[in-house]
Design a binder for this molecule. Structure first.
Ligand code: TTP
Ligand code: MN
Ligand code: MN
Ligand code: MN
Length: 404
């Protein structure tokens, strides 16, 4: 037993952007619980609750050692009554009863399955649940009209719910680099998102594309997408044009957290094994399902034929030589590149906290496009992330320490 006087007390800043949060998490038992409740709140469109749990989870991620007693948490910011109750439950009982009952609930399970479909958000999932749809089979049987994204998402459901590895991200990075080189020499590609923060896996791969000569990047995305499509690399794509210049609410204050860059949500067709070995012959792409049907598979009866067909499908799936991977492409003019890199590196909570810090503590507006100083009434130019942190009066936090 440890006496209260012996337990280490922590001193932690209240904004996540003031803290160094690595992937080395000493309190995953607590952050898993809080993150699940955050996710559940978000899935139920309770954004305020979601943010409160995210902030609490982020604070626990930043602690340098494992928490063993509630008394260690005295004086810490970001921990509301509800979060403290959950933490206490985990510390005393090993699990949180609220987390356990949430995980077991029919609604949470259905929300997870349905929003696991690319193109399906919390609102759509909620509507389907109210119509009695709780899983993919019921969705397929329901005859619901799906949009193009959702059809693609359903088709590639298993692949898209399988974490993307760093090796796969790098393989896709090479393809994207080849694409931009082919359509505009001198273009640059930067890996952003979770992989830039050092994560080993992700739910997608995020790239930011620019050109050192301002203006050269205009119209780049459609050309890149056309090249990728012509080479058979895209299973799905939806390109949104840049709406930054025509926005009325001022560039640093977009209507939502969504930025206005020209961007492309896509699903890549990635040849398996490519990420480790690039010497494989291109013919691999043309491997037909018949090639994986074993010669001993011969059907005499209908039942055997049915079995055979099932085996055939399983064989085909296990021998599939490509997989679907979600990829986000964004094009930024070089003048906004530092802001775009900062905005697209994440984590989402780190970004949210940066903007909150800028507004509340510095009277500035930060977006993925620009930083506006409301006191001086002017934009602050930057060519590096370091400069932006300096304008904000924050110590520079490298990407690997933005895992809040
Ligand atoms: P994500 O790809 O959603 O998240 P991630 O890369 O951190 O994690 P994962 O491994 O699950 O993919 O978003 C990456 C960053 O992009 C995130 O910090 C927020 C930012 N972003 C925008 O700036 N605008 C947008 O419209 C979206 C969707 C994300
Ligand atoms: Mn450590
Ligand atoms: Mn990502
Ligand atoms: Mn993304």
């Amino acid at each position: 037993q440890i006496s209260e006087a012996e337990v280490a007390l922590f001193s932690v800043s209240s904004y996540a952007c003031q803290r160094r949060t690595t992937l080395d998490n000493h309190n995953s038992n607590l952050t898993d619980a809080l993150s699940l409740l955050a996710e559940n709140a978000e899935l139920n469109n309770e954004d305020g609750r979601g943010v409160a749990f995210r902030r609490a989870a982020a604070l626990m991620k930043a602690l340098p050692t494992q928490v063993i007693s509630m008394s260690q948490l005295r004086g810490l910011p970001c921990l509301g009554e509800h979060s403290l109750r959950v933490i206490k439950d985990v510390l005393e009982n090993g699990v949180s009863s609220e987390v356990e009952s949430t995980k077991q609930s029919k609604r949470y399970k259905a929300l997870k399955i349905l929003t696991g479909i690319f193109g399906v958000g919390a609102k759509t999932a909620d509507r389907w649940i109210r119509e009695g749809i709780y899983n993919l089979e019921q969705l397929r049987d329901s005859g619901q009209t799906l949009n193009r994204a959702q059809k693609s998402g359903l088709e590639h459901y298993d692949d898209l719910n399988e974490p993307v590895t760093k090796a796969e991200a790098d393989a896709i990075g090479e393809i994207v680099q080849k694409a931009v080189d082919s359509v505009l020499t001198g273009s640059q590609v930067a890996l952003t998102g979770g992989f830039r923060r050092g994560k080993l896996t992700g739910h997608d791969v995020d790239f930011l594309i620019t050109h050192p000569e301002e203006g050269k990047e205009v119209g780049l995305m459609p050309k890149v997408v056309a090249w990728l499509e012509s080479q058979g690399f895209l299973l799905y794509q939806k390109t949104t044009r840049n709406s930054y210049l025509e926005s009325k609410d001022g560039p640093a204050r977009p209507a939502s957290n969504m930025d206005r860059f020209e961007r492309c949500f896509s699903i890549f067709k990635l040849t398996k094994g490519k990420e480790q070995e690039s010497t494989q012959p291109e013919e691999q792409n043309d491997l037909k399902t018949k090639d994986v049907l074993r010669p001993h598979m011969q059907a005499d009866t209908d039942q055997q034929l049915c079995e055979l067909s099932k085996n055939y499908q399983m064989e085909a799936a296990s021998h599939k030589i490509w997989r679907a991977v979600r990829v986000d492409l964004v094009v930024s003019p070089i003048s906004q590149f530092a802001f775009a890199v900062l905005g697209w590196t994440g984590s989402k909570l780190f970004e949210r906290e940066l903007r909150r810090w800028a507004g509340h503590e510095k009277n500035m507006s930060l977006s993925s496009h620009a930083l506006f100083d409301n006191t001086q009434n002017k934009y602050l130019r930057a060519t590096s992330e370091e400069e932006i942190f300096a304008y904000l009066g924050l110590e520079y936090i490298p990407p690997s320490e933005r895992n809040a």
